[in-house]
Write a protein that binds this ligand. Structure first.
Ligand SMILES: Cc1cc2nc3c(=O)[nH]c(=O)nc-3n(C[C@H](O)[C@H](O)[C@H](O)COP(=O)(O)OP(=O)(O)OC[C@H]3O[C@@H](n4cnc5c(N)ncnc54)[C@H](O)[C@@H]3O)c2cc1C
Length: 476
């Protein structure tokens, strides 16, 4: 087999975790290559997204900034060009903070950053196997238009979202039974929205038509939240509206809505200072295994049927959307739940609830544990939800990035080691863990040690991360 090249660090998967890993690795001095199956970078941020809250949760409910590093840097860079919304921490939506970015300009900027940092790219290349000696990974095998090649590396980082590389390497993983998996979605965006009319409807119907989300750190009742929503002056104050319950019911009775997802949108900033409405809960297919190509194909077909129905519904039923038109049809399914690689530590729901701090902290999160998406019109099952205590945040330990059994391998992104409830599926966590995995891999190659051995030298990694602007200490 052709040897494509030899690197210190090979990152597989160019979504938000992968780009953060590659930049961090290169900045820490490692010769780094980033392999991506598509011709573009960003994954669920801009290919099958954006996430409705992209970026979000950079602050904890106490309004302390808990996420810096490459996420903050990229947000700043876009903000300066008018391509992002300033950090927003609404008084009535404690627990949520928005730092929205234009996903397409993000996709352009990230290529600039690859070049600036000396990351080599290998695009249009699917990692199909790993090269191993015993339990140690030595590289990945890719297939692309040039054929089949070996990309060798001292450390490989799995940022494929679904943990494909770790699974190929034989790392242990967990994935719920398919009947129980969260549903997958195809998202889309519409433009041509009359925002004044949208806001009028929202304000007039705040109490019954929408889900007034509360948070234990906020001692407002749902009624108080609804009262506050009635005073919203600008769409950016709230960022998303889920509900439209009476309209959805009417449409369901008329056979003009499907029973698999909810109605509502998230705002998406564009380069002219305007916003478009992004729908990411309006097609959902449950009981589908994202590691089974038959299930994936079925989801792609079924979601498109639901999107077609949703587009008709939006124009016909949603005030302010009468003249809307489809401006972005995401090209592929977004996977909501998949493998979690079992690492040297498994982050638990108890850790989240207790806002636990760890000696080997590599980043923070204030995201809740225990909520599940369901393929019904309710969309979310909040029955088991817990939040970090006192409006704080929890640490993510380095050991969650180190798969058990297999050496020279790290994981960044959604597939890091957590229990099911604490699945690291939100975008900010993928950038935090990606950056940490990249910096860790670079330290390993410089010291000639494995990622597992680095667990004994984690302060060296932490020093590099702090230098790269990552927030590790000093918040709740
Ligand atoms: C419907 C939905 C709504 C969401 N809403 C939000 C939200 O509002 N806010 C939020 O913060 N998060 C949200 N998320 C989650 C967020 O979008 C993801 O957690 C995040 O984007 C995942 O980043 P990642 O880097 O781990 O994986 P991905 O973005 O999936 O990146 C993986 C990359 O690896 C590539 N790849 C895969 N396999 C291979 C291979 N074998 N070889 C080479 N390349 C490969 C893929 O092409 C992709 O580019 C949502 C997710 C879903 C499904």
């Amino acid at each position: 087999m052709e040897i494509y090249g030899e690197y210190d660090v090979v990152v597989a998967g160019g979504g938000t975790s992968g780009v953060a890993a590659a930049i961090a690795s290169a900045r820490a001095g490692a010769k780094t290559i980033l392999i991506e199956r598509l011709g573009t970078l960003g994954g669920q941020l801009n290919v099958s997204g954006p996430p409705g809250f992209a970026y979000a949760y950079m602050f904890n409910p106490r309004k302390e900034q808990i996420i810096g590093g490459i996420m903050e840097e990229t947000h700043n860079r876009l903000l300066k060009q008018g391509l992002a919304v300033p950090h927003t921490t609404p008084d009535f939506r404690i627990g949520y903070s928005f730092s929205l970015v234009d996903p397409d300009y993000w996709g352009l900027m990230i290529f600039e950053m690859m070049e600036e940092n000396g990351v080599e790219l290998q695009l249009h290349s699917l990692a199909v196997d790993v090269i191993k000696e015993g339990d140690a990974v030595k590289g990945v095998v890719v297939e692309n238009p040039s054929g089949r090649q070996a990309v060798l590396g001292k450390v490989v980082i799995d940022c494929t979202g679904e943990g494909h590389v770790s699974a190929m390497a034989g790392a242990p993983y967990e994935q719920p039974p398919k009947e129980d998996l969260e549903p997958h979605t195809i998202s889309f965006t519409v433009d041509g929205v009359d925002w004044d009319k949208v806001l009028d409807y929202v304000r007039e119907n705040a109490e019954y038509e929408f889900n007034p989300l509360t948070h234990p750190y906020l001692d407002w009742t749902p009624k108080q939240v609804a009262e506050r929503i009635k005073k919203v002056k600008d769409i950016t104050e709230i960022s998303n509206f889920m509900g439209y319950f009476s309209l959805m019911k009417k449409a369901l009775d008329a056979g003009e809505w499907h029973p698999y997802s909810g109605v509502g949108f998230f705002i998406m900033p564009r380069d002219n200072g305007k916003f478009q409405a992004h729908f990411q809960h309006s097609s959902q297919v449950g009981s589908a295994d994202p590691t089974d190509v038959r299930d994936l194909t079925y989801c792609e077909i079924e979601c498109r049927k639901q999107v077609t129905m949703a587009l008709k519904f939006i124009k016909k039923y949603m005030p302010g959307f009468e003249k809307s038109y489809l401006s972005r049809m995401c090209s592929e399914l977004r996977i909501r739940e998949s493998r979690r690689i079992v690492g040297d530590y498994i982050l638990t729901k108890k850790d989240v609830a207790e806002a636990r701090k760890f000696k080997d902290v590599i980043g923070k999160s204030s995201f809740s544990s225990g909520a599940k998406h369901i393929a019904t019109t309710d969309t979310l099952d909040l029955g088991g939800i817990v939040y970090p205590k006192d409006g704080g945040s929890y640490d993510i330990p380095y050991r969650c990035l180190v798969p058990k059994v297999i050496d020279n391998l790290l994981v960044g992104g959604k597939a890091i080691s957590t229990d099911r409830d604490s699945y690291a599926r939100f975008l900010q966590i993928t950038m935090v863990t990606g950056q940490a995995a990249g910096a860790a891999a670079a330290v390993c190659t410089r010291k000639g040690i494995t990622p597992r051995q680095l667990e004994d030298y984690v302060s060296e990694l932490q020093a590099i991360l702090e230098k790269q602007g990552v927030i590790l200490y000093g918040t709740h």
